[in-house]
Design a protein around this ligand. Structure first.
Ligand code: FES
Ligand SMILES: [Fe+2]
Length: 379
C-alpha cells in the first residue's frame, strides 16, 4: 500500500517507490497511479533497472539469415548490434572504442564492421583488425580495443539480449516456457509478415492491455470475440510470464494439413493461447498461426509495437489466407491503438484514482506491475 497522507497525484516518484509494498491480488491490489505512466524519473529508472537488467526480446532469427547478417537495435537507450558469425549470434554495443562512432546502421550483411567515423574495422567477433594511421601511436595494441559484448541468447527463433553481464541465463528466466510450448514448433513457422505500429502512450499501457482478457469482449468484439470464447478464457501467472487460454469457437476440419501446426495435441488444436513474457514480448498462438508482439519504449509517452506473423508453410504460400490473417491482427491492433491514447490521457488526469484490479481477469496486470516495482525497488 502507499501513503494516504498525500493524494496520489502529488506523490513524487521517489516517495511512491519508497512507500510501495506488494499488494495481494484478491484483497487489495490497485492499478498504478498516473505518475507511473508519465513521470520522467520513473521512465529513466525503468530503462536502467528493467530494460538494462532483464532479458529483452529484440527480434526473430529470420532477421539474421546467412553469415554476417546483422541488425541494430536500442535497448535501455543503448545502441546495440546483433550479428551472425560462424552460425553463432554475437551482440555488441554499436559503439566504437575509438571515440564512440557507430559501427552499423539498420540491418544488412557484412564481412566486418567498419566504424562510420574514422573507419576502424572490426571482425564479426568484435576484434579490432585495422585502424588507419594508428602506427604512429606508441603502445597501441589492437587487442586492447575490442568491441564491448552484450549477452545474447535465443528461445527457438526469438532473440533476446541482456545488458547485465551478471544476469541469470535466459533458460532460467524462461522457466518452463520452452518445454510447455514446444509442440508449437516456433522455429518451423515461416515469418511471413512484419509490421511496426507507433502509439503515443507509455510502454506499460501497451503491455498491460495485452496481459489481460478483461477488455476483450468490449474492445475486440468485432475481431477476437468472433473467433474465440472470451467469456470462458482462463489465465494463470508464473514468475516472469502471464498465460491465457481461450477455447476456439471455429473448426479446423476444413484446413489442409500444411495449414495448421500438426504437432499440437488435441487440446491445443481447440484453442488460442497467449504468453506475455515480462517485460516486452507477447506471443499469441492458435493452431494456424503464432503472432509475436514486441514492445519497444521510445520515450515516456511513445512506444513502437512490432508484430511478426509466423505461420505454417501452407498459410505462408496461400496469399488469400495470409492476407486474411494479416488483416485480422491489423484490425485487432487498431482496436487497441484507438483506445490506448485515451487511457494514457485518463491515467494522467487529475480525476484518475487507481482502481481495484479484477482478480480473475487482471492477474497479468498485477504480475507485470509487481515485477516493475520489484525491479525499480531492488536498487
Ligand atoms: S570513432 Fe570509430 S574510428 Fe573513430
Ligand atoms: Fe487488446
Amino acid at each position: 500500500m502507499i501513503s494516504t497522507e498525500k493524494g496520489l497525484s502529488q506523490l513524487s516518484a521517489i516517495e511512491f517507490l519508497s512507500t510501495w509494498t506488494q499488494q495481494s491480488l484478491e484483497a487489495e491490489s490497485r492499478s498504478f497511479p498516473g505518475l507511473m505512466y508519465s513521470n520522467p524519473e520513473i521512465y529513466q529508472l525503468e530503462q536502467r533497472l528493467i530494460f538494462g537488467k532483464s532479458w529483452i526480446y529484440v527480434g526473430h532469427l529470420a532477421q539474421l539469415e546467412g553469415e554476417g547478417a546483422f541488425f541494430t537495435v536500442e535497448v535501455a537507450q543503448q545502441p546495440l548490434i546483433v550479428v551472425r558469425k560462424s552460425g553463432q549470434l554475437k551482440a555488441f554495443f554499436n559503439v566504437c572504442p575509438h571515440r564512440g562512432g557507430p559501427l552499423a546502421s539498420g540491418c544488412g550483411h557484412a564481412n566486418s564492421l567498419t566504424c562510420q567515423y574514422h573507419a576502424w574495422t572490426f571482425s564479426l567477433d568484435g576484434q579490432l583488425r585495422a585502424a588507419p594511421e594508428m602506427d604512429s601511436a606508441m603502445n597501441f595494441n589492437r587487442a586492447d580495443h575490442a568491441l564491448t559484448s552484450v549477452a545474447v541468447d535465443t528461445w527457438g527463433p526469438f532473440i533476446f539480449v541482456n545488458l547485465d553481464l551478471h544476469a541469470a541465463p535466459l533458460s532460467v528466466y524462461l522457466g518452463d516456457l520452452p518445454t510447455r510450448f514446444q509442440r508449437y514448433g516456433f522455429s518451423d513457422l515461416v515469418r511471413a509478415h512484419t509490421q511496426d505500429y507507433w502509439v503515443d502512450v507509455n510502454w506499460k499501457i501497451c503491455t498491460e492491455i495485452t496481459a489481460e482478457s478483461y477488455h476483450e469482449p468490449f474492445v475486440h468484439q468485432e475481431t477476437w470475440g468472433k473467433l474465440y470464447e472470451c467469456t470462458t478464457t482462463t489465465a494463470e501467472t508464473n514468475e516472469f510470464y502471464y498465460f491465457q487460454h481461450a477455447p476456439a469457437s471455429v473448426s479446423l476440419k476444413e484446413l489442409n494439413s500444411d495449414e495448421y501446426i500438426q504437432t499440437l495435441n488435441a487440446q491445443e488444436l481447440q484453442c488460442a493461447q497467449m504468453i506475455c513474457l515480462f517485460p516486452n514480448l507477447t506471443v499469441v498462438m492458435d493452431p494456424t498461426y503464432c503472432i509475436t508482439f514486441l514492445f519497444d519504449p521510445q520515450g515516456g509517452q511513445r512506444t513502437r509495437l512490432r508484430i511478426d506473423w509466423l505461420v505454417p508453410v501452407g498459410v505462408a504460400s496461400n496469399p488469400q489466407k495470409l492476407q486474411n490473417l494479416i488483416q485480422f491482427f491489423d484490425d485487432l491492433m487498431k482496436e487497441d491503438l484507438q483506445i490506448m491514447p485515451k487511457i494514457q490521457m485518463g491515467v494522467e488526469s487529475q480525476g484518475y484514482r487507481p482502481g481495484r484490479l479484477c482478480p480473475s481477469r487482471e492477474m497479468g496486470v498485477h504480475l507485470f506491475q509487481s515485477l516493475v516495482m520489484k525491479y525499480l525497488t531492488a536498487a
